[in-house]
Write a new protein. Structure first.
Length: 248
């Protein structure tokens, strides 16, 4: 029996989802009554998918030193700059994110078509050949109308204020620092995760070794969770598969 390619792909996707669902269900059964485990503290650069950041660099400028001087250019302390400046150093990111958006739009469209061939005979004959039936008033006529109406609105208000410690994972050629911070908090059977990553200038780091999240370039901030509550809020794997493959 021939099975169409689209149907075979849908069957394979359903089978794969069923296997994944079975593995996830087994893990859930195994962890009944247990608290969700925290992730191990590891090297961010050793995780799968990590890639060094490449940014456009300005032309190199030779360093200048003041002879017979105890003061170092760019230093905020007489003896040593305590701010993060090399790989492995830690700094505190002050996450202060406030977002508000109100969007509303409305679209209306209508169209009417009328086609008339104006042909009332078939090569001079009033009857169709072979079937020997009378011709209609017109050989070809068509009428069509269509209309659509759409409305949409977005009302969003988000706020996130917290602190997270980040680690310098890379120093770019121009001196900018690539940082990444991850924080996990477990409350009962739910884990809340906060991830912050991006590129910062050493000049933007405050004297107390902190930096505001608004001064992070290419910022990536993620706040979410995992556990029993998050699991209940997610649709089942079967429903997610059907949402992908069903055309209606």
């Amino acid at each position: 029996m021939f099975i169409p390619l689209a149907m075979r792909r849908a069957m394979l996707a359903t089978l794969a989802a069923s296997l994944l669902s079975g593995c996830a269900a087994f893990d859930r059964i195994k962890n009944i009554g247990e608290q969700p485990p925290l992730s191990a503290v590891d090297n961010p650069t050793a995780r799968p998918g990590y890639k060094p950041v490449q940014m456009p660099m300005p032309a190199a400028v030779p360093a200048s030193y003041n002879p017979n001087s105890l003061w170092r250019n760019g230093s905020r302390a007489f003896f040593k700059d305590q701010r993060a400046h090399q790989i492995g150093d830690i700094l505190t990111v002050k996450v202060n994110f406030t977002d508000r958006a109100n969007i509303a739009n409305e679209t209306q469209r209508s169209r009417a078509n009328n086609e008339d061939s104006g042909v009332d005979n078939f090569f001079g004959k009033q009857k169709l050949p072979i079937v020997n039936s009378a011709l209609p008033t017109r050989l070809f006529t068509a009428d069509s109308t269509s209309s659509s109406e759409g409305k949409g609105s977005v009302a969003r208000q988000e706020a996130l204020q917290t602190n997270v410690a980040g680690v310098v994972t890379q120093v770019l050629p121009n001196g900018n620092l690539v940082i990444e911070g991850r924080q996990e908090i477990r409350v009962n059977f739910e884990i809340r995760e906060l991830i912050v990553a991006g590129v910062v200038r050493p000049e933007d780091i405050e004297s107390d070794n902190t930096i505001d999240s608004s001064k992070i370039a290419q910022a990536r901030i993620a706040y979410g969770g995992r556990g029993q509550i998050t699991d209940v809020q997610q649709p089942r794997y079967g429903q997610q598969v059907l949402d992908v493959i069903l055309p209606f």
